[in-house]
Design a protein around this ligand. Sequence first.
Ligand code: UD1
Ligand code: MG
Length: 463
Amino acid sequence: MNMNLTVVILAAGLGKRMKSETPKVLHKALGKPMLQHVIDAVRTLKPSKTIVVIGNGAEQVREQIDDSRLTFVLQKKLLGTGDALSVAKKEIKKGTVLVVNGDCPLIRAQTLKNLLTKHRRQNHMLSFLSFVDNTMPGYGRIFRDDNGRVTGIVEDKHATSDEKNKFNELNGGVYVMETEALDFLSMIKKNRSSGEYYLTDIIGIISKTGKGIEAYECPSEEIRGVNSRKELYEISNILNKRTISNLMTKGVTFIEPNTTLVHVSVSIGKDTIIYPNTYFEGNTSIGRNCTIYPGARICDSAIGNEVTVKDNSLIVESMIKDRASIGPCAHVRPSSVIGLDAKIGNFVEVKKANIGKGTKVSHLTYLGDARIGPGVNIGAGTITCNYDGRNKYETVIESGVFIGSDSQLIAPVTIGKNAFVAAGSTITDNVPSGALAISRTKQKNIENWNKRKKISKGNRKKL
Ligand code: UD1
Ligand code: MG
């Protein structure tokens, strides 16, 4: 742990332009709240304390970013970034402080580490990130004197066009400072036109004292913030591209990465092939040598090696073991485990089902609350009737069982080892091992039925 380091994330702002009931920092970029991206990046520095300043939608933020390692501090009135840091001051321990604006989800952990290293090496009182990008409007401008010393920051809206022409280095909103710098917070004056206390004013104040201060340039992409839904899309897209190209370097093939979505938390093994229009979400891991065909969506699931997921299948909170095959058009619902070499075929839905090794469930079937052994064959159109309108019951199918097509298994029920269920049966009682269960009306053939039907039709009179 970096005992000496406290992190403060400023996240109380409003985010008016999102036009949303949800606080800006909770909007998700690639499945993860923007604020969480920042929290995850700073966590790699192993700070002894991480403080999050909240204000707008404070309760919602506290609820959704539920993490006992964070200290939340409430900024009652949104009086600007300078005020936000002042509010956090009482929680900050003596040492070094990293202050990060909560609206920069693309910031890289490595960039934060580099800034901290430079800061410590140079013994500065304050170091911060800058960038140059004339396509990104609205950022603070960094002023330097003729010797190149940083002299202050002026917000874009307060800068004259001369100043804008002269200074094109912009403020990234990420600062590392020694706790002594916090003493200067009280010297920040309220900005007359906006009524806010700008944290950026501290740069000019410290510069005047002659203490060490420097801005270090980083790629503009990392600073890119989010103020609107369009920008939310843009940064999600950058994050997605980053994640996919990282996986490509690790040996994953993407047939058309522009149509694939991979959350940052997802891992994919070597030699796996990912077809277009596929989605990998949440806490998902995919093994080696898998093939994931178009239209698949896999959420919070663990997929083994050499697994095939065929077109248009959905897998949620489940585990698929090595060499299993899923789909096309299969739905694997939460708490399911699909065994080694097992097959879940066309239009099959499983829920809270444990499917044994090599078991085949090939077509048009629903298996819910089921424990199914190895080497079982489930015929087309089999249904576990697990729900009586009030409670759910379990179906147990032991190893080697054959269930004929179009059977209904009324749970709770157990089909013993190597038993057979005849096609079209409704099974209400347990079936002993090795038995044949047949439960359907006997077939009756009525001779000449076709002829008689025609006669009766001919007798009818139309109006
Ligand atoms: C700020 C900087 C600007 C910099 C830019 C980088 C100031 C005055 N300006 O501008 O120089 O180029 O970031 O992204 O700091 N916040 C609070 N409480 C408040 C106001 C803001 O917690 O009272 C939080 C916001 O939630 C946000 C962060 O501070 O996460 C920055 O605020 P924002 O309003 O986005 O500042 P910018 O105008 O982007
Ligand atoms: Mg901003």
